[in-house]
Ligand binder design. Sequence first.
Ligand SMILES: [Zn+2]
Ligand SMILES: [Zn+2]
Length: 156
Amino acid sequence: MIPPAETLPKDSSAPKKGVRQTEQRKAVFEALMAKADHPNAVDVFMRVKSRMPSISLATVYNCLETLTNAGLVRTVNHDREPSRYCANLTEHAHLFCTNCNSITDLPLQNPMLPEQVWNLPPGITIARQEVAFQGLCAQCSTPDPASGSAPSAPLS
Ligand SMILES: [Zn+2]
Ligand SMILES: [Zn+2]
């Protein structure tokens, strides 16, 4: 079992240079913003490493934790997979594709408070909502005409 990021020691041997950490955190955040495919920590690490070769996986975990604690990034958990990360801060649900394992953001049709959407028993307080669906993403639910794997959209 891989321990969740939350249990990693915070005061390991992280460099105490504030500027450097800010730089790394910025790179991690930019990697998340660049592609909204809900990568896990290792995916983020691979992306950041290509432009910042000195960064370590532990640093990426630390940056992700800091960003999550700061409310700039959300963790997305599905089954027993490692946490994935989402930098889309608008209220949305997640569709987990059972075929390709992708996660698609589903924005709310009409932004509403949880108590307007759900029938909450009395005495319940909602701190954060996390709505998840399972199904097929657009790519997987589109029947491909020639059984080719190329995700083309022949519209004309
Ligand atoms: Zn998302
Ligand atoms: Zn899919």
